[in-house]
Design a protein around this ligand. Sequence first.
Ligand SMILES: Nc1nc2c(c(=O)[nH]1)N[C@H]1C(S)=C(S)[C@@H](COP(=O)(O)O)O[C@H]1N2
Ligand SMILES: [Mo]
Length: 236
Amino acid sequence: MTDPAPSLAKTIARRDFIRKAASGTVIAAMGGGLYTISDHLTSEAKAQSRADGRARVPPGQRVISALKPMGGQAGDPARSSVKIKVHGEVERPLELDFRELLGMDAIDTRADVHCVTGWTMLDARWKGVRVKDLAEKAGLKDSARHVIFESAHGYTANVRLDEGLADNVMIVWEHDGRPLRRPHGAPVRALVPDLYFWKSSKWLTGIRFTRRDQPGYWETRGYSNHADPWKEERYA
Ligand SMILES: Nc1nc2c(c(=O)[nH]1)N[C@H]1C(S)=C(S)[C@@H](COP(=O)(O)O)O[C@H]1N2
Ligand SMILES: [Mo]
């Protein structure tokens, strides 16, 4: 999918969003950005369902106009220092630099994401590779049961293996046709769209497959171990 004028398309989309947002709109300026939460668009999207039959908007969520940077301790921003480890329960552990990632078949796709604080971003565009393909390349062992995303400064997020190998689970380096920005996890982050967004580790350094579950940063701080937005698994 190539977008001839991503910034223009984005401007139009933003204008359209704000026009349609009409009443019931909250404008919040944060980190220099403008985020519009729309009750109107939320109810519009709530009437939709996904291909898998689930509601387009999980319960308790409201639609926002752009990804909101939610913070965290950033890692090294240089693409030249990227080394993504794929390790643990695999036959052939990998250490992929940025060139090697680009050499794989990249996927350009759209996915909705859901933050536990209550915002949902619809149709966010992402480019990267599937965790499933990385697992296959590394020779995933039958003993693997969980996926642990590892990030700079010790942040981790745990995902059940079957959910980590879903088609829409990726590691990504572009958002909306542009290199991921640093607050959003550049150079490379995880993307697990169907679980609350804290599972999508930013500033990614590794993917570890394990036999045993290993609750991560937020999971050991009172948040749900599973984090299914449709079941509102927010807190443990
Ligand atoms: N390494 C790392 N990844 C992280 C976090 C973090 O603090 N550190 N925060 C998580 C949380 S709580 C959320 S909601 C999303 C926010 O992503 P965004 O800032 O791109 O919106 O990133 C997740 N990934
Ligand atoms: Mo979050």
